[in-house]
Design a protein around this ligand. Structure first.
Ligand code: GCW
Length: 719
């Protein structure tokens, strides 16, 4: 071979290596649906097991399932996977008994998996080995296809495939806090995906990819608009736009919901009241709802934030939350719609501990809501803090379907740049025992309806999705969308397993990578608790935009928007006394729980300052004083982030350069900001404790005055 030829060959080989190997840059757009070629360990096995797809495009949903199978299998197997009419050896057969004669003949145990579940089986079809993906409905089939592809993506051997899966929660829904001007409240991933201005005429292909990603997790609903609602979203011009989105999402099983501004009858209806007991107001909502269903025949219903943080609501007219919710529930009932009424309420005037207000306002109405109302409760009683005890309402409304509201967008956990995997936070809440019906009455059992026999069940996640190329503002925040969706399907799933699954699909199946990265992810939530709000502290962030520490925040329009209201630091001690000697919020929990939270000796360190005001020299379980423990925890948080950086640096060989570099840069930001949180909080609390920084721990880098002087007028997500 002549030299030029050899050189050419070398260049070609090098390019191939670059394209195939992890050095080839990726921007994260494909999420966990990358469908890269399987590794040599399993490739041959896969290629001989799967040779073709038996076509079945009897509906738009089945057509989507077929497209996904083709796309996925072609990618994973690295060869073209033909579509055939009839099965031969290695067929993938998918469908319902109605759409596929093969599936009808197999007599699979489909009655066990309900309307949205599916069965995956290795079977003989016409005497030849095949794989079937079967369900009672087309959407069940699509979910099954995604599960099947997930098994291949995570390199499962599937010789004797035998899976049956059904969702445990009915409404698995994202809440977009997206405004009509495309800003996103608490959004850190660019603008709103919904390009209202160009809708309904231009349908961005991203809408379809959004639907695919959600369907791959089993998410079946989306609230398009912010809970701080704009009545204009309910005018015909915007309904037409929402309808266009609904048309794109429909084949993927995703229903559209809208937020209802309670004062809409005044603002866009020309009425002079929005009183829910006023006949004209009721008529207006009925007509409006009928109009919405003309645009969107499978409209899911309304999500409402009322009488909270300045939003209008029934209490403006001396009516109750139940009056308001039931009025809307009546309007959507004829069409099978629902109302999700938020319990995130706290009054402007009420001097009561904010942690107690939702319970006080809602418990008296248990059993008074119409059957198509769900009350949507945030995971904790304050507001999506890095750690909160579970919301006491979960143990207190047996006659009202309560649905969970988690926040995926990390408003209080470092926005998009901090690597915090929310799986452990979600799992901790779902596993928490309310004791409402004795031991084992976990929050998961409340919200999946099994404890109280709720007829309706739901889990909502405040979306972290925007126009950023990687959707969520950072690569690792994709894992939070992912884990939310997987838990909404099965709130008992292990979030460690989910992290592993995600990491395999998103980055690499190499065991060395997976084990290391999953450990890092699992530690990350505890780290953010440590460097922001350890030992039960909460609500210490800067005012307004919530970016960075602000434990000194005081004054302003209302006490419960300040930090000093929550930490209550004095020269003597720190923490919010929520025991009987204080606000007695502990009494909102079942006695078994209250006994632990309310007892200084028994309360876990994680909730200490949430429930107790404790002297600085209090002896902790570790033997340290409270002050020393605080410094220790803050420092440990920063140390964990340093360790995460080192870990990530060691994973270069497994990740393409582009994504590796961005994660590394964000971890550097996280370390800087973790240290900022630590130093600012220690400097501030030291003015109360009057104690020295314990030996072996660094003093804050700057003066307290310096930290207080920092301002960020353009921090993202604040509107
Ligand atoms: O977490 C707080 C946010 C507000 C938000 C509110 C809510 C949509 O800071 O931006 O408003 O909660 O959940 O209603």
């Amino acid at each position: 071979m002549c030299y030029a030829n050899r050189l050419f060959r070398r260049i070609v080989l090098l390019c191939c290596a670059l394209l195939a190997g992890p050095a080839f840059g990726e921007d994260g757009y494909e999420l966990w649906l990358r469908y890269r070629q399987a590794s040599p360990n399993v490739l041959q096995q896969y290629r001989s097991a799967v040779t073709h797809i038996v076509t079945n495009a009897a509906s738009p949903t089945l057509a989507a399932a077929q497209r996904e199978l083709e796309r996925g299998l072609t990618g994973i197997l690295g060869i073209d996977i033909p579509l055939r009419e009839a099965p031969a050896a290695g067929a993938v057969v998918f469908g319902t008994p109605e759409s596929s004669a093969i599936i009808a003949a197999l007599e699979l145990p489909l009655q066990e998996v309900g309307q949205e579940g599916y069965v995956l089986r290795s079977v003989a079809v016409h005497g030849r080995p095949a794989h079937v993906i079967a369900a009672n409905s087309d959407i069940g089939v699509l979910y099954g296809v995604f599960h099947f592809l997930r098994l291949l993506q995570t390199e499962h051997s599937f010789e004797a495939l035998d899976v049956a899966s059904a969702p445990r929660i009915q409404i698995r829904i994202l809440n977009h806090w997206d405004n009509l001007d495309r800003t996103v409240e608490r959004g850190y991933a660019g603008q709103s995906l919904w390009d209202w201005h160009k809708l309904p005429d231009y349908l961005d292909p991203r809408y379809t990819d959004y639907a695919r990603a959600n369907a791959s997790l089993g998410i079946n609903g989306t609230v398009l608009t912010n809970v701080n609602a704009n009545a204009i979203a309910l005018t015909p011009m915007y309904l037409e736009k929402a309808a266009a989105l609904a048309d794109v999402f429909r084949p993927y099983g995703i229903r559209v919901y809208l937020t209802a501004r309670f004062s809409a009858p005044i603002e866009i209806g020309g009425l002079d009241t929005a009183d829910p007991l006023d006949p004209e107001v009721r008529r207006w909502w009925k007509q409006k709802t009928e109009e919405i269903y003309r645009y969107i025949p499978d409209f899911g219903g309304y999500l409402v934030k009322a009488n909270s943080e300045g939003q209008p609501g029934p209490q403006d007219y001396g009516r109750s939350h139940a009056d308001g919710a039931n009025m809307l529930a009546e309007a959507v009932a004829p069409y099978g719609g629902i109302v999700m009424w938020r319990a995130f309420v706290y009054s402007d005037e009420e001097p009561e501990d904010r942690a107690k207000q939702a319970y006080n306002e809602f418990v008296p109405y248990d059993g008074k809501f119409h059957e198509n109302v769900l009350v949507q409760v945030k995971n904790g009683p304050i507001d999506f803090q890095p750690r909160e005890p579970f919301h006491p309402l979960f143990g207190a409304m047996p006659k009202t379907p309560l649905m969970m509201e988690f926040q995926i967008t990390k408003e209080y956990l470092g926005f998009a740049t901090h690597l915090v995997y929310l799986g452990p936070l979600f799992e901790e809440v779902l596993d928490a025992d309310t004791y409402v019906k004795g031991k084992g009455s976990t929050v998961a059992k409340v919200i999946d309806g099994s404890l109280h026999g709720y007829a309706r069940t739901g889990m909502a996640g405040v979306a972290n999705i925007g126009t950023d190329r990687n959707w969520t503002g950072s690569h690792f925040d994709q894992a939070n969308w992912y884990v939310f969706g997987r838990l909404a399907w099965d709130p008992y799933a292990s979030t460690r397993d989910i992290a592993a699954e995600w990491a395999r699909m998103t980055f690499s199946n190499d065991e060395r990578f997976v084990a290391t990265v999953v450990d890092m992810m699992m530690k990350s939530r505890e780290a953010v608790v440590d460097y922001m709000t350890p030992l039960g502290l909460h609500h210490l962030m800067a005012r307004g935009h919530h970016y960075g520490p602000g434990p000194w925040v005081e004054g302003g329009p209302r006490a419960d928007w300040t930090s000093v209201y929550y930490h209550r630091a004095t020269k003597e001690g720190i923490g919010f006394d929520r025991t009987a000697t204080g606000s007695n919020a502990v009494a909102q929990y079942a006695p078994e729980v209250a006994k632990i939270f309310g007892n200084l000796k028994r309360v876990p360190d994680e909730y200490l300052l949430w429930f107790h005001h404790v002297p600085w020299d209090y002896k902790m379980k570790s033997g340290r004083t409270l002050w020393d423990e605080l410094v220790h925890a803050y420092t440990r948080g920063v140390e964990t982030v340093k360790e995460m950086r080192r870990t990530w640096d060691g994973l270069k060989d497994f990740v393409d350069a582009e994504r590796h570099a961005q994660v590394a840069a964000f971890l550097a930001i996280q370390e800087k900001e973790a240290k900022w949180w630590r130093d600012a909080c220690i400097a501030y609390f030291q003015t109360f404790s009057g104690r020295p920084i314990p030996e072996g721990y660094d003093p804050p880098e700057h003066s307290l005055e310096y930290y207080k002087s920092l301002e960020f007028p353009y921090a993202p997500g604040h509107h």
